[in-house]
Design a protein around this ligand. Structure first.
Ligand code: CA
Length: 228
């Protein structure tokens, strides 16, 4: 579960981030509204913790822009203001919930959980194929009980392939969904091939049952198959 915290006060931001990470969420901080908005445009987050009082573009303005762009991630708005008008204006502008500062972390956590539950069923926390198990929250991959050391990109690549297991994945899909550069002038093919080669080595080398397979001329597929 990915959570974006948009908060300019470093201490508050870090405390929330640490707390959420301690609960197993993949929490990151943006220090300005503009930075937060550009991250939200580029990546999908399951939830946004948004401070109302930000330098430059304030929380309400950010909320307006992200809803206008069709970004539907639930937003928990933090604010030190407690006037009823502010509460109404916060919820009117598309916030899903509202928390007054100062707050106890336990309360923030309760609101976060409630919003995530409301947003839909949790993704299964682990994904498995044969003896390979992926834990997206901790970003760990384990095969046959042994952890596989992966770079962040390799992990994203493996997580994507695992989501599509049984289906053929093309380089174009990887460029679009993992590298997020569908329109790059120079094809990413070589970069993708190098990452795939490293990943295959780490996942399949020396195994009787291979999991990552080439479909010649088309792409690759993840499935259990005894290979040569
Ligand atoms: Ca602030």
């Amino acid at each position: 579960m990915k959570i974006l915290i948009i908060e300019d006060e470093a201490k508050t931001a870090q405390a929330i981030r640490r707390g959420l990470r301690g609960e197993g969420y993949d929490a990151v901080v943006a220090r300005t509204g503009e930075e937060g908005l550009s991250r939200l445009v580029a990546e999908r987050f399951d939830l946004v913790v948004l401070d109302w009082m930000l330098p430059g573009c304030d929380g309400i303005a950010i909320l307006g822009s992200l809803r206008a762009r069709g970004i539907r991630s639930p937003v928990l708005l933090l604010t030190a203001r407690d006037a009823i008008e502010d509460r109404v204006s916060g919820l009117d502008s598309g916030a899903d919930d509202y928390l007054l500062k100062p707050f106890a972390f336990a309360e923030l956590l309760a609101r976060v959980r409630a919003l995530l539950r409301r947003a839909g069923p949790d993704e299964p926390p682990r994904r498995q194929l044969g003896d390979l198990v992926l834990d997206p929250e901790r970003r760990r991959a384990v095969r046959g009980g042994q952890e596989i050391a992966l770079t962040p990109r390799e992990f994203d690549l493996l997580a994507y392939l695992m989501r599509c297991q049984g289906e053929v994945v093309t380089r174009h899909m990887l460029a679009r969904d993992v590298w997020r550069e569908p329109n790059r002038a120079t094809p990413l093919d070589n970069v993708i091939d190098v990452h795939l080669a490293h990943l295959r080595k780490k996942v399949d080398e020396g195994r009787v049952c291979r999991l990552i397979h080439t479909v010649r001329g088309v792409g690759i597929v993840m499935r259990e198959e005894a290979g040569p």
